[in-house]
Design a protein around this ligand. Structure first.
Ligand SMILES: Nc1ncnc2c1ncn2[C@@H]1O[C@H](COP(=O)(O)OP(=O)(O)OP(=O)(O)O)[C@@H](O)[C@H]1O
Ligand SMILES: [Zn+2]
Length: 747
């Protein structure tokens, strides 16, 4: 009997043997070297601690993060804090039942924290309807103040209009500013409040009003732009339909809410409809557009036994399939969840900028103070002029544009990648991609189709070939390894009934063994038989001949001797050569690390144009090889098999191929490629370059604009509302620049 649970579309190699040993215990992240930093996606929960998540609507800007950090630091029992500003979710690892204390503490900051169920799949953030009329009224009042001022009306009128404008739109800024000042933080709200108040105090009423109005307007636009980045990801989730046609107990088809369906139910999908849940086809034949999962829009043939994914589009015919998981555990839901978690992990660039901002703001604030005080005191300057300049400086002191530019850019890139079938588990990996020096590739299933055909069969010392065929068929039937599957495919038509297998065990990268009809047999590679001293000169000679032809050989042996030889040849994937060429163009060197024999590996390396080839590696050998390359430079490893897991975890970036349908790959890989297309590797590296370019542009833009205004102001030419315009303009520009990554197709 076969134990296949995966279709040929989902890669077979990663499916475990039924009795396979534990998966590699090494988790990605924990074993990473220095570059890149381990992602913070999964917060470790020490014993005795628990994890709580809160949705805080007001927390969408790094200034709130600083405030919250400070406030929560005073609560005992909190171990770790993780801020996801894009999703506005705060994760706290703590001991003791202190959720209420946390909510309480946050409320003293003027923010509301709603507890979220732990690890719940992301939910739609509540849409807060923005009320625009107070802002419009404020703008009108500010204009009137301006007019009153210019037409030389009494100051009183200008002041009245200005106060009305500030009250209409600025109260919340004042409130937030006051809270942050009380906690010793200088956030944008505090800076703006001081600037506006200062302007009013020196009699610049219209300017005070304008600054407040422009600031509020820009904040609104900024919030809307950030929402766009958030919703791009949510839009992915909405690809799976709300309802599905399900067979009820009475056999009648009925339309039901997809969220209420359990695994195991039978679903029918018509041509043109979207698949509602992950599942396995039980009837019908069709083609499916899997672009939402894999990024590949060429339709894929599906028939009985094939896996279908929620969110993909059924095209040609009607299909019936049995759901394999609930809607909130579909591959699509996992992708969205993984990207959301990745957003919470801070990329190195972001950490750098946060550190920079912490110095920048106090520095400019000090400069403003000095500007206000020193020239009038020491140089007999005009108080009014210098205070005004100081206020303009306060407006420039906000690092908002700089701080917001990085997360927006990275989130846009992560989302764009997910839409193209590349799941990146954190900004750190995205940033590391462009630094890749070496890429190690697994052979079977990565460079080749992973569907070898049996080419030669030889029997040794055999009295009864039929009996041996039956043994090998029964044993190979227990494994999902491509070598075993090739044997099963070639021999299955013999029609002999399968024998029962007991004591089945798998030796990753070497073979499998089990007891059939009271005798122990091993199916595996040449080395394994040599180590057991079962091989001989004749067999070695035959194998050498076959391997020269680029074939892989698997042997069947009992406890005393080798009984049969199976040679197979795998074909290289169409896209492999061009993908490797693109990688070389991007400055990445390539090497194959394979468990197969050296000749075959060399043959495939030459056919694909790969720089270096190493065969005959056990899982530990692959790991050691990757470690050696890591010492030379940033190293990636691409694989899909159990024998690759330790090496994938050790590499600076571990890429899992054909991850759709294999949950462990989606969860443990640093970068999960949803299908088997190697072209996704150069696409990932190009995205990394593009993302880096945008990050640098944004930093230059944000700092450049500040620098210009700093000089203008000191030269006495900067006005306050110009500074607000420039500052907020910079924020909007960098956001728009970051969002560009969303539009561009990766590839
Ligand atoms: N489950 C199995 N059934 C049959 N043969 C196996 C099995 N596992 C390993 N082997 C033998 O061991 C060899 C090495 O296996 P391994 O899985 O390490 O590498 P591979 O699949 O050939 O190549 P790659 O490392 O590039 O994926 C195979 O070529 C095969 O001969
Ligand atoms: Zn801000």
């Amino acid at each position: 009997m076969h134990y296949r649970t995966h279709s040929s579309a989902a890669h077979p190699h990663l499916a475990t043997d039924t009795a396979s040993p534990k998966r590699a215990t090494c988790c990605s992240g924990a074993c990473h070297g220095t570059a890149p930093e381990a992602p913070e996606t999964r917060l470790a929960v020490p014993p005795g601690h628990s994890r709580s998540r809160f949705y805080i609507a007001a927390m969408d800007c790094p200034v709130e993060e600083a405030l919250l950090r400070k406030k929560l630091a005073s609560i005992s029992g909190i171990a770790t804090l993780q801020f996801n500003l894009m999703q506005r979710v705060l994760t706290v690892v703590h001991n003791g039942e202190i959720q209420d204390t946390i909510v309480q503490a946050i409320s003293t900051l003027g923010m509301q924290a709603e507890p979220l169920p732990d690890d719940a799949p992301a939910q739609e953030s509540p849409v807060v309807k923005t009320v625009w009329w107070p802002l419009a009224g404020a703008a009108l009042m500010a204009l009137l103040a301006e007019v009153a001022h210019w037409t030389g009306q009494r100051t009183l009128l200008a002041a009245a209009c200005a106060i009305a404008a500030i009250v209409l739109c600025g109260l919340s800024t004042y409130k937030k500013g006051w809270i942050s000042l009380r906690h010793g933080e200088l956030n944008i709200n505090a800076l703006m409040s001081i600037a506006v108040t200062g302007a009013a105090l020196i009699g610049q009423w219209p300017e005070a009003a304008m600054v407040m109005v422009l600031f509020t307007l820009a904040e609104r636009i900024e919030a809307l732009s950030l929402d766009r980045a958030r919703h791009a990801l949510r839009a992915l989730m909405q690809l799976s339909p709300e309802t599905a046609t399900v067979q009820g107990e009475d056999g009648i088809w009925q339309t039901r809410d997809a969220k209420t369906l359990e695994a195991g139910c039978l679903i029918r999908v018509r041509p043109g409809e979207r698949i509602a849940l992950d599942g396995v086809v039980t009837a019908g034949q069709s083609t499916i557009n899997q672009a939402p999962i894999t990024g590949e829009s060429l339709p894929v043939e599906k028939s009985i036994g094939d896996t279908v994914f929620a969110g993909t589009i059924n095209q040609a015919g009607e299909l019936e399939y049995r759901a394999s998981s609930r809607a909130d555990h579909s591959t699509l839901a996992r992708i969205v969840h993984a990207v959301e978690q990745a957003q919470g992990a801070r990329a190195p660039m972001q950490r750098f900028i946060d550190r920079f901002a912490r110095v920048y703001t106090p520095l400019i604030f000090a400069l403003a103070l000095a500007t206000a005080l020193l020239p009038p005191l020491l140089l007999d300057g005009n108080w009014h002029d210098w205070i005004y300049k100081a206020l303009v400086l306060l407006v420039i002191a906000c690092p908002c544009a700089l701080v917001i530019s990085t997360p927006v850019t990275i989130v846009s890139a992560l989302t764009a990648a997910a839409r193209a079938g590349i799941l990146i588990k954190g900004g750190a990996f995205l940033e590391a991609g462009r630094k890749l020096k070496w890429l190690a590739l697994d052979k079977t299933g990565t460079l080749t189709h992973g569907r070898p055909e049996l080419t030669d069969t030889l029997f040794f010392n055999a009295h009864d070939e039929t009996a041996i065929r039956q043994v090998v068929l029964s044993l190979a039937g227990r494994s999902d390894h491509p070598a075993s599957r090739a044997i099963v495919r070639a021999l299955a038509h013999d029609g002999a009934p399968a024998l029962g297998v007991s004591d089945f065990s798998a030796l990753p990268g070497q073979g499998i063994s089990g007891t059939l009809a009271g005798k122990n047999y091993t199916l595996g590679q040449h080395r394994l038989m040599q180590a057991r001293e079962l091989s001989n000169a004749t067999i070695d000679g035959e194998i050498a001949k076959l391997e020269q032809q680029g074939k892989s050989v698997t042997l069947l042996a009992d406890e005393a001797q080798v009984l049969a030889l199976f040679a197979m040849a795998d074909t290289i994937k169409n896209g492999s050569r061009s993908a490797i060429a693109q990688l070389h163009e991007l400055g990445v060197k390539t090497v194959i690390l394979s468990g197969d024999n050296a000749h075959t590996v060399r043959t495939i390396a030459d056919a694909a144009g790969i720089d270096d080839a190493r065969g005959q590696l056990l899982p530990q050998g692959k790991l050691d090889a990757v470690a050696a390359y890591c010492a030379l430079g940033v190293t990636g490893m691409v694989g899909d098999g159990i024998n690759d897991a330790p090496a994938l975890a050790r590499a600076d970036i571990g890429f899992a191929m054909g991850a759709a349908g294999t949950d462990t790959a989606i969860e443990t890989a640093d970068v999960a490629l949803m299908d088997d297309d190697l072209a996704k590797l150069p696409a990932f590296i190009r995205l990394s370059h593009r993302c880096h370019a945008v990050l640098l542009q944004n930093i230059a833009l944000a700092l450049g604009i500040k620098a210009v205004f700093l000089l203008l102001t000191l030269a006495g030419m900067g006005t306050m509302w110009m500074a607000v315009f420039a500052d907020m303009g910079a924020s909007l520009l960098v956001i728009a620049n970051g969002l560009r990554l969303l539009q561009k197709q990766t590839g």
